[in-house]
Design a protein around this ligand. Structure first.
Ligand code: MLT
Length: 403
């Protein structure tokens, strides 16, 4: 049986003078929800039985909306990462009446013994919590453990394979339109480590790790060659993949990306963004990234799309955000690679209004890669597969047919 959702009522004595659920009580409710899950699963004495108790190491809470006395909050909990002695739980609280997201939280624990020394997590606990991975809307996604992490992967269809790699701080759903439309191909769209519903380890992020995850994922699903399609950070990862596994790349699609490394100023901005994520959580990053992700036509006229993109970014684990920022900050320049790619059919796509990776950069890449074709998608920004879904799908279809 899967661990249940936990419904808890907000009482007046848990609220502040303004009638809002106060911060201390938020923590108490999150904690109560976790104990309830244990009570209904392996038992609240699971730690005592095993001589291993969870000590909190880190807490990050994003508050999305206020809660009031009488509200019933539904708590869902997912194990997002576990090592030998430490594990990370992500919890969300939604109001049952209107399904509004009230708060998301990440808690990192280390199991300690009676003397306070780290000790392995009780196996019966991880086995039970691992079952939570089937929850939280995994839907058609599969879970595959590769290169030491568990990745959530959307995989559909049969035929020549396309591997879709999303950017930062997004997830596989930015490719939803292309995944749905490109019949006749095996479409593979993972959530990168640290993003979406994949594991979010605290450390170990780099372009090399992301690329190795992808190679291991292809091994795990028995795919040798792919058309590699990366958006922005997904493009940076594609360059790294080419350095390590070039033979496996049948075609290359670079979407809203660039080949250069970060400038010194850009590197400082990565550190500032990581500090922001640590201090104010993923919601603050979502606010900062929203105007960079979508162009004014979408921002002003497509509120549902805006909210979907905001929610996707706000749900990214802080560990994944910080990890991606350090990986991007430290990535190497790939411009010297471009002239060597003449033997790989290449399509370059860019939104006309893309601010972070503007058309001029795409043009420069198209000129540097022998035979590359450039398509500019009119009136869309950085998330062109979302904002210009049909045009991007059409350009991809044409490119795939030409191979
Ligand atoms: C992305 O979309 O992946 C990011 O904008 C890339 C970056 O910040 O360099």
């Amino acid at each position: 049986m899967l661990p249940p959702d936990i419904d808890l009522t907000v009482y007046p004595d848990e609220c502040d003078a303004f009638g809002h659920l106060n911060q201390a009580s938020f923590l108490t409710l999150f904690e109560r929800a976790r104990w309830e899950v244990l009570a209904r699963g392996p038992g609240m004495d699971v730690f005592t039985r095993n001589g291993a108790w969870p000590a909190i190491r880190k807490t990050v809470i994003d508050y999305h909306a206020a809660a009031f006395p009488g509200d019933v909050l539904r708590f869902q909990q997912v194990l997002t990462h576990h090592g030998r002695t430490s594990f990370t739980m992500r919890q969300t609280a939604r109001r049952t009446g209107d399904d509004v997201l009230i708060a998301t939280a990440e808690f990192v624990f280390v199991c300690i013994d009676r003397d306070g020394k780290p000790t392995p997590i009780p196996a019966e606990l991880t086995e039970y919590l691992a079952a939570t991975r089937g929850r939280a809307g995994l839907g058609t996604l599969q879970r595959l453990t590769v290169n030491g992490v568990s990745l959530a992967v959307d995989m559909r269809g049969e035929g020549p394979a396309i591997l879709f790699v999303h950017g930062y701080p997004y997830n596989h759903t930015i490719w939803a339109a292309q995944m749905a439309a490109l019949d006749g191909y095996k479409r593979i769209a993972p959530d990168l480590r640290g993003m979406g519903q994949s594991d979010a380890p605290d450390l170990g992020y780099s372009m090399a790790t992301y690329a190795a995850d992808l190679a291991a994922l292809l091994d795990a699903v028995g795919v040798d060659e792919v058309v590699l399609c990366g958006l922005s950070m997904g493009g940076y990862i594609a360059f790294e993949f080419l350095r390590g596994w070039r033979r496996r790349v049948r075609g290359l699609v670079l979407v809203d990306t660039r080949a250069e490394a970060d400038s010194p100023e850009g590197r400082r901005a990565r550190d500032a963004a990581a500090a922001l994520a640590r201090e104010r959580g993923a919601a603050a990053i979502a606010e900062e990234m929203l105007p960079k992700s979508l162009a004014p036509p979408a921002l002003t006229r497509l509120p549902e799309m805006v909210e979907r993109v905001r929610a996707m970014m706000a749900a990214t684990p802080v560990a994944g955000i910080v990890g991606a920022l350090s990986a991007m900050r430290d990535r190497i320049d790939s411009t010297a690679l471009l002239p060597t790619l003449g033997d790989i059919p290449t399509l370059i796509l860019v939104g006309e209004l893309d601010e972070p990776t503007p058309p001029a950069r795409a043009q420069a890449m198209a000129e540097a890669i022998p035979g590359a074709r450039l398509v500019v998608i009119p009136r869309v920004g950085h998330l062109s597969p979302v904002e210009g879904a049909d045009q991007v799908t059409q350009a991809l279809r044409q490119f795939l047919r030409s191979l």
